[in-house]
Design a protein around this ligand. Structure first.
Ligand code: DQA
Length: 151
């Protein structure tokens, strides 16, 4: 069974309360429950992690080495600032899909650049909570293609 680490960065623990006009009304618990359902139908095992701290996110990414097959990450505001998170993803070398609830390219210019995009398989943004679901599907398809290419 494929194993996927789902990582949420800072302030995503406040979903539901936080700027619902931008991020929607769903809480992180609801999003994780939806992903857990999706994982059952995809036959994937998910592990969830959220932190507001950059170092804890780096530790989580490092901990995926040898334990997980891929990563779905919403790095929150660290998307736009964190060389450390980018380097951690590059260091473990696991296929990673970057997701955002909002369309970061349609928002303030400081959100247009992602340090993560260059080390990710791809980026999905702008579909609300569905970005996570689409990101998980994209990662699972990518990992499936990798397995068939290796065999
Ligand atoms: C976000 C977009 C970021 O710019 C912002 O700082 C977040 C959430 C999103 O999911 O849309 O915290 O990653």
């Amino acid at each position: 069974m494929l194993k996927v680490q789902v990582i949420h960065g800072p302030n995503l623990n406040m979903l539901g309360l936080r700027e619902p006009g931008i991020y929607g009304a769903q809480t992180l618990a609801t999003i994780e429950a939806m992903l857990a359902d999706e994982a059952v139908s995809l036959g994937v095992c998910l592990t969830f992690f959220q932190s507001n701290s950059e170092g804890a996110l780096v530790d989580c990414i490092q901990g995926t080495l040898g334990q997980q097959d891929g990563i779905v990450i919403n790095p929150g505001a660290y998307t736009h600032t964190s060389v450390a998170i980018r380097d951690a993803i590059a260091a473990v070398g696991l296929p990673t899909v970057e997701v955002h609830l909002s369309n970061i390219h349609k928002r303030e210019s400081f959100r247009h650049h992602s340090y993560i995009a260059a080390v990710a398989v791809g980026q999905i943004c702008g579909f609300g909570a569905d970005s996570y679901r689409l990101g998980l599907h994209a990662l699972v398809q990518h990992l499936g293609r990798q397995v068939s290419a290796d065999s």
